[in-house]
Design a binder for this molecule. Structure first.
Ligand code: FO1
Length: 316
């Protein structure tokens, strides 16, 4: 079976790790969000691709959900001693090596997709990991606070401001001119099943879908999503701040209605949200409820298996 996913960071990575356990013989392709990418200290940092790569490769910091396990911070404290910032985005020594290697390969002329393939040679994630695009697309956030209205990089809003400054809109800068990375449209077209993991629907999955051609390709497939919202709160992260900014209620039904029946065929919600099955705005979407907390790999595997089962049921 061929399974393709559109994934963001921690929620996407943990879901894919469960899927790999649940479907060990499946050919899994992960299309990762690169809108979160940022250049720091002259280095190309790609948080969502790295989170998937480290999680599946066994190198992730399980406590944080991002960055490397057994990390130290000598390089960043040495940089701080020179007054070189930023200090609000923590980069560990082991993680720095990834960004140095990525930047060196890109400077030598390799596109991000080829660089990602090369980095995965080390981590052997057991899936094909593709960036959504090789083009430079960055997510920016228009915020309005006491300093007025301005636009900041997504990471500045998310990490430095803890998503506290009210967001007015998210801008996928240069997305309209971007092309899907090699293999992305093929991985969607050839998939038996397309899954949307419990990733941020706005700044992860939404940004991937903003790359021309990807949403149309996904709409042609049987698509099952897993709600990132349980009982009216995001399972992880600050997705509520993103949903509120675009006028979508932070509910399991609200997120599914935002994706819409044109994109989504099936939707898994937590048992706490079982009433979503009767929500009139979800007409045309098959809703199933089951426990959705990914407390460990077996729990994530059971959720992933349920998503695949629903997709297969809807394919018949
Ligand atoms: N998240 C934080 O909250 N604080 C950090 O200092 C931070 C550093 C960081 C470094 C590398 C990396 O791959 C991810 C990192 N993250 C950090 C996570 C990241 O900012 C976001 O959670 C994702 O971009 C959203 O998916």
């Amino acid at each position: 079976m061929r399974i393709t996913l559109l994934a963001g960071g921690v929620g996407g990575a943990r879901f894919v790790r469960g899927l790999r356990a649940a479907a060990p013989d499946a050919a899994i392709t992960v299309i990762g969000n690169t809108g979160d990418d940022i250049t720091l200290f002259g280095l190309h940092v790609s948080p969502d691709l790295d989170t998937v790569m480290y999680t599946l490769g066994g190198g992730i910091s399980e406590e944080q959900g991002w960055g490397r396990a057994e990390e130290s911070f000598t390089v960043q404290s040495e940089l701080a001693a020179y007054g070189a910032g930023p200090d609000w985005f923590r980069l560990g020594d082991r993680d720095f090596a990834t960004h140095i290697a990525r930047t060196a390969m890109r400077t030598a002329g390799l596109p991000l997709s080829a660089v990602t393939r090369q980095l995965c040679e080390r981590w052997q994630p057991g899936v094909t990991l593709l960036p959504m695009t090789d083009d430079d697309v960055q997510t920016h956030v228009e915020i309005a606070d006491t300093d007025g209205t301005r636009v900041v990089h997504f990471q500045e809003w998310w990490v430095r401001m803890h998503a506290k400054a009210p967001a007015r809109r998210f801008i996928a800068v240069a997305a309209e001119a971007a092309k899907p990375a090699p293999g992305v449209l093929e991985a969607i077209a050839d998939a038996d099943v397309v899954l949307l993991p419990p990733s941020n629907p706005v700044v992860s999955v939404g940004i991937i879908l903003s790359i021309p051609g990807i949403a149309d390709a996904v709409r042609d497939k049987v698509v099952v999503g897993v709600s990132p919202v349980i009982g009216g709160a995001p399972v992880r992260g600050m997705a509520d701040a993103c949903l509120t900014a675009i006028g979508v209620p932070t509910t399991a039904a609200g997120v599914a209605a935002h994706y819409g029946a044109g994109l989504l065929n099936g939707w898994l919600v937590d048992t706490a949200d079982a009433a979503a099955a009767d929500a009139p705005e979800l007409a045309g979407i098959a809703v199933r409820s089951r426990p959705l907390y990914m407390t460990d790999v077996p729990a994530a595997a059971a959720i992933a298996a349920a998503a695949v089962d629903l997709a297969l049921e809807l394919s018949r």
